[in-house]
Design a binder for this molecule. Structure first.
Ligand code: SAM
Length: 277
């Protein structure tokens, strides 16, 4: 009986080609076939590293049909590497069906770890990373986006999302509506590439920054939303003052005065003010 081959799930760079690992290069050299999200992109990567290999397309639209073919090849002893356009396969990229079927059929799946945008952003953002929620892409529709951000107003740990150049401003505006002006966020843009940028600030500061410079709206984005602080007890006298001031001035200013007067967290006051409406 033929011994089954192995499926190698190989991470590739998210921008800087030097981020490929030795193990990824050796695996891509040695396998019998590479299943790639986009064969032209794969060929560019392989050519850069002088690797000559056969590639087969494996993307969102043919995942089901191609999985069967790849399983047959693996069962017949072929070793296959799975790569996506950038970063780690299966992380908002194709591969789930194939890996699941391999596991069900007892075919060995070997991870070859490397770049991944969510981890790359988190490790340099300066936010709490002991616990985090990764939500994949922000929903494209406004209503779903606002509902999602609304849920995060009670999230105590960091949340991370992927976002595209087309929707980054719309998403930030919805974030501002649902979570308030004072929500702290970090944008990781074009990570590992020439124009890598991190911007940390409130959602209002971030919108001002990104809208002022068209160049900052281009490229690929990771959006990090800081969790709300756990102890946000607002005592009655602070709440009473907030209610009084709010009748005469914008909530942001009212929250600022109460915060200075009684030393209560400004963001918590702002959030409490939104909930009063
Ligand atoms: N599999 C990839 C990974 O491991 O991160 C993610 C693929 S997903 C289809 C593409 C999204 O990831 C982009 O729209 C962007 O939100 C994020 N992304 C990928 N590369 C990035 C980079 N260099 N800088 C910032 N975000 C990036």
């Amino acid at each position: 009986m033929t011994q089954a081959g192995k499926l190698y799930v190989v991470a590739t760079p998210i921008g800087n080609l030097d981020d490929i690992t030795q193990r990824a290069l050796a695996t891509l050299q040695q396998v019998d076939l590479i299943a790639a999200e986009d064969t032209r992109n794969a060929m560019r990567l392989l050519t850069h590293f002088s690797i000559k290999q056969k590639c087969m397309a494996y993307h969102d639209h043919n995942e089901n049909s191609q999985s069967g073919k790849l399983i047959d090849l693996l069962s017949n002893g072929q070793n296959i590497a799975l790569i996506s356009d950038a970063g780690t396969p299966l992380i908002n990229d194709p591969g789930y069906h194939l890996v699941k079927q391999c596991r069900e059929k007892g075919i060995q799946v070997v991870p070859i770890p490397g770049a991944c945008a969510v981890i790359t952003a988190l490790c340099a953002a300066g936010v709490a990373t002991d616990q985090f929620y990764f939500g994949g892409f922000v929903p494209p529709k406004k209503q779903a986006r606002q509902a999602l951000f609304q849920k995060l107003t009670e999230q105590t740990f960091t949340s991370v999302f992927y976002e595209s150049t087309h929707r980054i401003i719309a998403s930030l505006k919805d974030l501002q509506i649902s979570m308030g002006d004072e929500q702290n966020i970090v944008i990781g843009r074009e990570l590992t590439k020439t124009f890598e940028t991190f911007f940390a600030g409130t959602v209002t500061q971030t919108l001002d920054w990104i809208q002022a410079d068209h160049n900052q709206q281009k490229g690929e984005f990771v959006l990090i939303i800081e969790g709300v602080e756990q102890s946000q007890e607002i005592d009655q006298k602070s709440m009473d003052l907030l209610i009084k001031l709010k009748a005469y001035m914008p909530l942001k200013a009212a929250a600022g005065i109460v915060s200075e007067t009684y030393g209560v967290n400004k963001k918590a006051l702002y959030q409490a003010g939104i909930e009063l409406d």
